[in-house]
Design a protein around this ligand. Structure first.
Ligand code: GRF
Length: 215
């Protein structure tokens, strides 16, 4: 996993894989951050996962590092750098990202963190939500794997909206990582996602019959 920030998605993915015990389709073997003080590195070390700081000017090291650790799938979670093209090419269809808005809206260079939620609020959009997608050479443009709608409330601030979206990221991102690791969802030769289930509001809710909008 690659992360620049707090690492709450990293935590959610690790917890999800732990819950599946012996039948988990993946294991987190390496955490990389471009920031030495990233919470994600601390969380990884606390779990005994190798956690390495790779500053931006050393990103030419990444491909070798991934190979050394036997990495077969990469999940970006709040990683703020563009991944070097050699790594993108080597992991095409095997690298995922989570973005805190419904792509293709509110994405692209410079659209991260509170800026995304500020832009959503400024636009007057009534619905937002996280997107999980495959990573290609451009920011936030790879094939979409999963999305989940989150209503925008009239009294939302960027912080309140961001917190609500993040809670949903913690549900859909582990699911998407597991599905790609297990091979039930993949990037097709035509550049589109194959094998995604039909969109189903109930998939991620704890109580199967409860609709997230109507309660
Ligand atoms: C998330 O909102 C994610 O969508 C974005 O960066 C944030 C990372 O949060 N790409 P965390 O570090 O996983 O807590």
């Amino acid at each position: 996993m690659f992360a620049s920030g707090a690492g709450s998605n990293l935590q959610a993915i690790c917890d999800h894989l732990d819950e599946q015990r012996g039948s988990a389709p993946a294991e987190v073997v390496l955490v990389v951050s471009d920031r030495e003080d990233a919470g994600a590195l601390t969380r990884a070390r606390a779990r005994g996962v190798p956690a390495i700081w790779v500053p931006r000017e050393r990103s030419d090291r990444l491909a070798a590092l991934l190979q050394e650790h036997g990495v077969t799938l990469i999940a970006l979670a709040g990683y703020l750098r563009l991944v070097p093209p050699d790594v993108v090419a080597a992991y095409r269809g095997r690298m995922l990202n989570v973005h805190p808005a419904l792509l293709p809206a509110f994405g692209g260079r410079g659209m991260y963190g509170a800026r995304v939620h500020e832009a959503v609020l400024r636009s007057g959009a009534r619905v937002t939500g996280p997107t999980v997608h495959f990573v290609d050479e451009r920011f936030d443009e790879g094939a979409i794997i999963a999305q989940w709608p989150v209503p925008v409330r009239t009294d939302d601030t960027p912080a309140s909206l961001g917190a609500r979206v993040l809670g949903v990221e913690h549900r859909i991102y582990p699911w998407a990582v597991s599905a790609v690791a297990a091979g039930s969802v993949r990037l097709g030769a035509d550049g589109r996602t194959e094998g995604a289930p039909k969109f189903d509001f109930d998939v991620f809710t704890p109580e199967p019959r409860r609709h997230p909008f109507t309660g």
